[in-house]
Design a binder for this molecule. Structure first.
Ligand SMILES: Nc1nc2c(ncn2[C@@H]2O[C@H](COP(=O)(O)OP(=O)(O)OP(=O)(O)O)[C@@H](O)[C@H]2O)c(=O)[nH]1
Length: 297
């Protein structure tokens, strides 16, 4: 039996369903999803293990025209990823018209990855009528020269397996790249930070969409209780006024954020967690290269 291994990534405008699709393929929550755009900041890999293949999925942030230094960094990460993968899945949601945003991404993609095979994916078929899906497949044909076109739904699983086969078929022959059972090679701390950020954003996305960053300072098993993990993390906001929003009245909001994040982290790591969260102001961190580096960008 031939064994294939390699890398794939999904591209598409924000909210196209890339993270959710990664999760559906990998089967565990490793990439972070949300109902608002641009929550994925790190190239988190999910790994699909099969007897005949290992497919490593790199989850990239959405591309967009950069306005801040952070925006530029994110786009650089995206471009690097595009030029390194074996196959790209180009995602367009079934329920939104194909538009200039999609064409922008397609042209950027062709600039950095001229020969990489691209599969056109119409996502979220569960929320669209069959005619709508058919129209979307047609519209997508004009955007790029796709090797294949496929409609899928990450929510009800429609054609997710078929998509997996299409992606795997484009991987080169090669041995397993990661040991069995490894779902992601992203350091646990980064995943934990992302889960905290996701919880912190809940309910304040409209006010502070891109103003929150999270670092995890320490993750240590408790001395006298080995099944308990102590996690110390800092939530950064850009301005003092935002600190108040994040904390909420008498810190009530932050307590809820901690509880929500703790639950998700326990699920991810499979161990009990004590989560200690601090809120700090890092003035205009999005525009300051030094701060960006410290926050892991
Ligand atoms: N009904 C339905 N909703 C979906 C499906 N896939 C994703 N969604 C929803 O669409 C929204 C965006 O999904 P994400 O997976 O976060 O999108 P993304 O492309 O990774 O977004 P960015 O990280 O912002 O680039 C979320 O609210 C998802 O729950 C699907 O197959 N069906």
């Amino acid at each position: 039996m031939t064994h294939r291994s390699g890398f794939a990534c999904f591209v598409g405008r924000p909210n196209a369903g890339k993270s959710t699709l990664t999760n559906a393929l990998v089967g565990t929550k490793v990439a972070i999803t949300s109902s608002k755009p641009q929550t994925t900041r790190h190239a988190i890999r999910g790994i699909v293990h099969r007897d005949d293949a290992q497919l490593v999925i790199v989850d990239t942030p959405g591309v967009h025209k950069p306005r801040t230094l952070l925006g530029q960094r994110l786009n650089d990460v995206v471009r690097e990823t595009w030029s390194e993968v074996d196959v790209v899945g180009f995602c367009v949601p079934a329920d939104e018209k194909v538009g200039p945003g999609d064409r922008y991404i397609a042209s950027e993609l062709r600039k950095v990855a001229k020969r990489t095979p691209v599969i056109g994916i119409v996502t979220k078929t569960d929320v669209a009528k069959p005619e709508q899906i058919a129209e979307q497949l047609l519209a997508l044909q004009d955007v790029l020269d796709f090797e294949e076109l496929i409609p899928v739904s990450a929510v009800d699983g429609f054609q997710v397996k078929r998509l997996e086969d299409l992606l795997v078929a484009r991987l080169p022959e090669g041995p397993q790249l990661y040991p069995d059972g490894d779902l992601t090679d992203e350091p646990e701390q980064t995943l934990v930070a992302e889960l905290i950020r996701e919880a912190a954003l809940e309910g304040v996305r409209d006010e502070l969409p891109h103003s929150i960053a999270v670092t995890v300072e320490e993750m240590l098993p408790r001395e006298d209780k080995r099944d308990l993990l102590d996690i110390y993390a800092t939530v950064y906001v850009e301005r003092p006024s935002q600190k108040g929003i994040i904390l909420g009245h008498q810190g009530e909001r932050m307590k809820a954020v901690g509880a929500q994040a703790r639950q998700q982290i326990q699920k991810l790591l499979g161990t009990k967690v004590y989560l200690n969260l601090h809120v700090k102001v890092a003035k205009d961190w999005q525009r300051d290269p030094k701060q960006l580096r410290r926050l892991g960008f």
